[in-house]
Write a protein that binds this ligand. Structure first.
Ligand code: FES
Length: 321
């Protein structure tokens, strides 16, 4: 299940205290509260939402929850991105300050898991490294598989590949991770995957093929293209429960656009159904879910949706606003 709305939506001022290369194309950034206050507590899998000039961008924390002094991020420079990673990697420096909200956690470890199976691709290592550290701090087992194109581009590769404790496996430079081998038959374990979309899709396909239930498989995508309008997308209405106002949503616009056109604030971040920051409650109507955030069970519950990308199958949705 995704976590309920978290309390840390107000911004905190953070200062960059470390900014240095972590691997080819990856920058390690450490941030401390600018007012000297302790960190807001977090669990493995959490992310911070940084307020950048390019907009709000979310980055997973890679330190464990025992950390009380600084947040640690590793950010890959996306040459073709929307400017957020370039700002973090190239414009920020030690001493820079910025606002952030969170930490938020939509990707937590299940408490009753005897040995979580963690699968990371590339910079997807960040939340899974935090998970490994959390389990390690608890003296509990985990199994981490970390794959990348080359060692040189894999943050934390040296630290992880040198452990030799049988809990961490690294694959790079032509050594491929064989998902059929890595993913066993289902048991009481849970599987967590973060990385490029093709890795996540491959892990989901293998896990489902072996009989893992959706409730045991957890994934976090970095981002996605905003879903394109589909042929046959039509207009519909949304009704605001508190005021009764009915707002028309055109075939070519998102629900978020229509709501904002009517002066309603929507907490948009990724704009593509990945982060969940825009999610709203649905009281009536049939949602056409197009997000990557909710699990299939949560989508089937039909009581929340992401207005940045999801639409309606019914003529009207009643929103809990
Ligand atoms: S803004 Fe990220 S899911 Fe809607």
């Amino acid at each position: 299940m995704n976590a309920p709305p978290e309390p840390f939506t107000s911004a905190v001022r953070l200062r960059v205290v470390r900014h240095e290369p972590a691997a080819q194309g990856v920058t390690l950034i450490e941030l401390e509260p600018d007012d000297g206050q302790p960190l807001r507590p977090f669990r493995a899998g959490a992310h911070l939402a940084l307020e950048l000039n390019a907009g709000v961008r979310q980055y997973s924390l890679c330190n464990g929850p025992a950390e009380t002094v600084r947040y640690r991020l590793a950010v890959r420079l996306e040459a073709d991105g929307r400017g957020g990673s370039r700002e973090v990697c190239e414009d920020l420096q030690a001493g820079s300050t910025l606002n952030a909200s969170g930490p938020f956690n939509h990707f937590p470890l299940e408490e009753d898991d005897p040995c979580p199976l963690l699968i990371a691709g590339g910079i997807g290592i960040t939340p899974l490294l935090a998970m490994a550290r959390e389990r390690e701090a608890q003296g509990r087992a985990f199994e981490l598989h970390y794959s990348g194109r080359s060692q040189a581009g894999m943050a934390f590769h040296e630290e992880l590949s040198g452990r030799g404790d049988g809990q961490v496996f690294c694959y790079a430079d032509g050594v491929r991770m064989d998902l059929e081998q890595v993913i066993p038959s289902p048991s009481a374990r849970h599987l967590y995957v973060c990385g490029p979309a093709r890795l996540i899709d491959a892990v989901l396909a293998v896990a489902r093929g072996k009989g893992w239930s959706d409730a045991q498989v957890h994934f976090e995508r970095f981002g996605a293209e905003a879903p394109a309008a589909l042929d046959g997308d039509g207009a519909f209405e949304v009704q605001i429960k508190s005021s009764g106002e009915v707002i028309a949503v055109g075939a070519e616009e998102s629900v978020a656009d229509a709501l904002q056109r009517h002066g309603l604030y929507i907490n948009l971040s990724c704009g593509s159904g990945v982060c969940g920051s825009c999610r709203l409650g649905v009281l009536d109507g049939d949602v056409d879910h197009r997000d990557y955030f909710f699990s299939p069970q949560e989508q089937a519950a039909n009581d929340q949706f992401t207005p940045c990308c999801s639409r309606a199958r019914s003529a009207r949705l009643v929103l809990d606003l």
